[in-house]
Ligand binder design. Structure first.
Ligand SMILES: [Cu+2]
Length: 355
């Protein structure tokens, strides 16, 4: 595939050089127009023929053929190459992102379908025909009013919905009793911390990193004592979760694609957002869309002799943060609230770990 791409590039570059070379061989001369005024023109000769009506006709028809080919390619991509998309959003808030994406996609699709038609069909329709004169058309206020007003209204509505979606995950002031979890990034792994019985995280700072306290929890803060540091993220289904992000070293980005969520982890500050998981890992595994994707992946893995893959939610790093960035991930397990609490009970608090 890559070899084909290189061949394509080489051919394109070659064609470009050939065309440039041809252009430079065209000579400019001064001719007289019907009124006897001198004008610059390309000299018509054996090697520099001026386009004839037949040439224009052929090029006009090529425009039409390109238009049809373009629509066919577009349809193919739209219907047969969409299996790389993510399955349904696994968070309640993520539904808005999916809607936004769909609305934007449909709008762009319709507009591009229409404008491509206008561009290529008119190039064909008004191809050069001898003795046909172009119409002089200055402007139309009505037309300009229409094509200014409609995009303004549509874009304003889209931006409005976008802001609503943004606030839904960023404004956490009205969430009732959310579960607070810290996600901690470092080159090149993730750790997390649950706020414990008081649901309040103790302060954290890189200066406090010592021995088992790998994420720098401030042990002098009363809120820290019951905090629970973990290496695997478990989330209860149906409960609003407030994530607080920290980074130890460089910029990272916590990316949870199945929940349509992503946030930068910035050294020296705490960033946050919230979402509500909608499906447990088990529920997600049996969904038709997920099953189809997993089967597709396993077919490829089998051909390579690799072990089969099972669906897992993942937290990935989406900011190129160093040599092992690609491998910076943490498993996320979404489960029913009762299962979640029985798991959490088995985890040791930082006080238990340190002593
Ligand atoms: Cu990273």
């Amino acid at each position: 595939m890559l070899a084909l791409f290189y061949i394509f590039i080489a051919v394109a570059v070659g064609l470009g050089i050939w065309q440039l070379n041809r252009l430079s061989s065209y000579k400019q001369v001064i001719l007289n127009n019907d009124k006897g005024e001198p004008v610059n023109a390309i000299a018509k000769s054996e090697e520099n023929p001026v386009a004839t009506e037949k040439d224009n006709d052929i090029h006009g028809k090529f425009f039409l053929i390109f238009l049809i080919g373009f629509y066919l390619l577009m349809t193919y991509c739209l219907f047969f190459m969409n299996d790389i998309m993510l399955p349904e959003s696994a968070s309640v808030e993520g539904e808005n992102d999916d809607n936004l994406f769909l609305i934007t996609f449909v709008l762009i699709g319709v507009v591009q379908f229409a404008t491509q038609f206008l561009l290529f069909y008119f190039s064909f329709k008004y191809r050069g025909i001898n003795n046909r004169k172009a119409l002089f058309y200055a402007d139309s206020h009505k037309l300009e009013l229409i094509w200014t007003t409609i995009p303004t209204i549509v874009l304003t509505a889209l931006i409005g919905y976008g802001l609503y979606t943004w606030n839904d995950v960023m404004d956490l002031s009205d969430s009732e009793n959310p579960l607070v979890i810290e996600v901690y990034a470092q080159q090149f792994n993730w750790q997390a911390r649950y706020a414990g019985a008081d649901n309040t995280l103790g302060r954290g700072n890189v200066r406090n990193i010592k021995d088992i306290n790998t994420i720098g929890i401030d042990m002098t803060d009363a809120n820290s004592a019951d905090d629970i540091p973990v290496r695997e993220l478990h989330l209860p289904k149906g409960r609003k979760i407030v994530f607080k992000f920290r980074s130890q070293d460089v910029l990272h980005s916590a990316y949870m694609p199945h929940f349509r969520a992503q946030m930068n982890c910035v050294p020296g500050m705490v960033t946050e957002f919230g979402f509500t998981p909608k499906f447990t890992t088990q529920e997600m595994r049996v969904q038709e869309e997920t099953v189809r994707k997993v089967n597709g992946i396993n077919k490829l893995r089998k051909a390579k002799g690799e072990d089969p893959y099972e669906f897992e939610y993942l937290l990935l790093c989406n900011k190129i943060c160093g040599a092992s960035h690609y491998n910076m991930q943490m498993k996320i397990v979404v489960e029913e609230e009762a299962d979640f609490y029985s798991w959490l009970k088995q985890q040791k608090t930082i006080t238990e770990l340190v002593n």
